[in-house]
Design a protein around this ligand. Structure first.
Ligand SMILES: [Zn+2]
Length: 292
């Protein structure tokens, strides 16, 4: 957490407050908690981005990508990319934060005559595990080509998914969390996806019959896209918030995640079970989800 739907929700939420605006300064808040990881260091990032314009804000896997251009120049060679990975507890906000003490930095934009009321965008991180990296165009291209991230979970084709799963005998639940295989799925949504397509989480990835790959591929899209519509999942700890500091609502749609002992909503005769795979909890129905 946050996974693809939560990061996509953040990106969509801050887009109207960022795109086309000129950065007056990147302001760091004094924070006595674990410091974020900045590459290069914060002063250098702030110096580089000052006076630049946000051209576009997008998402790649579980990362936020903010593209900056120099005013008056569309030259690609001058693009800069600020990539934020919120990891466990990072949030982008345009409203008051859940707590002042965990505010980390703020994008302070110049006031515009036509609409001076547009708020700035801040980054909040309770545990401080988030990372912030500035890339030049060349460095960003190299990062994308490095293979550290596989195809995005909302963009991967059925064929690509099949080929990648053929190459590993790891349990399908564990394989879906491998960001090099498919990027964006985390622990929560992996359980929900496998419940929806009725595949047992311990099935070796390369044993899933070809005809079921279509169902798995559809389930990935359906779960992630629906979760985006519901603005992500805010769990019991209340950490994840949308950009207006409000709860997401997909947690009300969870069928298996953290439902251990509850009656399965599909078969209504078996209780949801929990197992541990690669040190992470997996939730499933042993009656509905078939092992191959
Ligand atoms: Zn069931």
């Amino acid at each position: 957490m946050p996974e693809l739907p939560e990061v996509e929700t953040m990106v969509r939420g801050v887009r109207p407050y960022m795109e086309g605006r000129l950065l007056k300064r990147l302001r760091r808040y004094p924070c006595r908690r674990k410091p974020l990881s900045f590459t290069p260091d914060f002063p250098q990032i702030a110096r580089t981005l000052k006076g630049r314009i946000v051209r576009e804000i997008t998402r790649t896997a579980k990362r936020i990508v903010i593209q900056f251009i120099a005013p008056g120049s569309e030259a690609e060679a001058l693009y800069q990319y600020l990539v934020i990975e919120p990891r466990m507890t990072g949030l982008l906000l345009v409203d008051d934060p859940p707590s002042r003490e965990h505010l980390r930095f703020e994008f302070e934009f110049t006031d515009e005559e036509e609409d001076e009321s547009r708020p700035n965008v801040s980054y909040w991180d309770r545990r401080g595990l988030g990372t912030v990296t500035l890339y030049s165009q060349q460095e960003f291209d190299a990062f994308l080509k490095s293979g550290r991230l596989g195809p995005d979970a909302l963009a991967i084709s059925k064929e690509e998914l099949y080929e990648k799963l053929q190459r590993t005998a790891r349990p399908i639940k564990v394989a879906l969390l491998d960001q090099k295989l498919v990027a964006g799925i985390g622990n929560l949504y992996a359980s929900e996806i496998l419940f929806l397509c009725q595949v047992h989480p311990e099935t070796p990835a390369n044993r899933i019959p070809r005809r079921l790959i279509k169902r798995l591929h559809l389930a990935i899209r359906e779960v992630l896209e629906t979760a985006i519509l519901y603005e992500g999942s805010t769990l019991g700890d209340g950490t994840y918030r949308n950009v207006l500091n409000q709860d997401g609502s997909y947690q009300n749609e969870h069928r298996v995640y953290q439902k251990e002992g509850a009656l399965c909503t599909r078969c209504r005769c078996q209780k949801i079970e929990r197992i541990v795979q690669a040190q992470r909890s997996t939730f499933f129905c042993s009656n509905c989800q078939k092992k191959y």
